[in-house]
Design a protein around this ligand. Structure first.
Ligand code: DC
Length: 227
């Protein structure tokens, strides 16, 4: 494999398996995994902590200068999120934070605030970066772009199992409704909505298990980079 820095952009709706698969790809290829959703979740978490309505654009913008977000990599190579110095890696995964993250992510000023942070990460080392606008806005020149998706029912089922494993179970219908709401919000916002980049390769994991999905993604990357 050559030593030049390269980037892989992975976008797609909630629960498509982006983070699990991107993490595995990063381990396989020896590159850095950047979970950009965690950055929006950290802002969402602070807005939640302050009791601000994420739809109150003015209040969210006013809070931004007081929010300092840092991403660090542990010895295990996994990304940890620090919010004003506190490790919030676990807290930002709480189900109620998802809608806060989606809410604040619709605000242009929030996206602008985070843009350079994300781009800088891709300048320093080879990355696989996942999110909603990586191939379209953050890294439009990414070497490989993947749009990872699956049917909404399959995504809800997987999310339900994940919540069960984490000890915070929720009924299927509720999870399905939350995913549909978040899909709609993320796809219909004015700034950087979720959409497939024209040059992205679609990987639909509805009928694939983890190993099959991973193999497909690695094949797309290897084909795209001739490695
Ligand atoms: O990937 P996730 O579920 O952790 O992301 C949480 C929210 O953050 C998601 O609903 C939309 C937003 N997000 C975004 O707008 N752009 C990104 N690149 C990543 C996430």
């Amino acid at each position: 494999m050559d030593e030049t820095i390269y980037s892989v952009a992975v976008d797609g709706p909630s629960g498509a398996g982006k983070s699990t698969l991107a993490k595995a790809v990063a381990a396989e290829l020896g590159i850095v995994y950047v979970d950009t959703g965690a950055i929006y979740r950290s802002i969402g978490y602070e807005i939640f902590r302050r009791g601000i309505d994420p739809k109150d654009t003015a209040a969210v913008i006013e809070a931004l200068p007081e929010i300092h977000i840092e991403m660090r990599y542990g010895e295990d190579g996994l990304q940890r999120m620090y919010l004003n110095g506190d490790d919030v890696t676990a807290e930002i995964r709480r189900p109620e934070i998802s809608m806060y993250a989606s809410g604040v992510s619709a605000i242009g000023e929030v996206r602008a605030f985070l843009l350079n942070m994300q781009r800088d990460l891709a300048k320093k080392s080879s990355v696989i970066m996942d999110g909603r606008d990586i191939g379209t806005v953050v890294l439009p020149n990414a070497d490989v772009k993947i749009y990872l998706t699956a049917s909404v029912e399959m995504r809800a089922k997987r999310r339900m199992l994940e919540l069960e494993k984490r000890g915070t179970p929720q009924p299927f219908e509720e999870v399905l409704q939350q995913i549909e709401e978040r899909d709609w919000a993320d796809m219909h916002r004015d700034v950087a909505p979720l959409r497939q980049a024209e040059d992205a390769v679609v990987v639909d994991t509805s009928a694939l298990n983890f190993e099959e999905s991973l193999a497909q993604i690695l094949a797309v990357i290897r084909r795209g980079r001739n490695i």
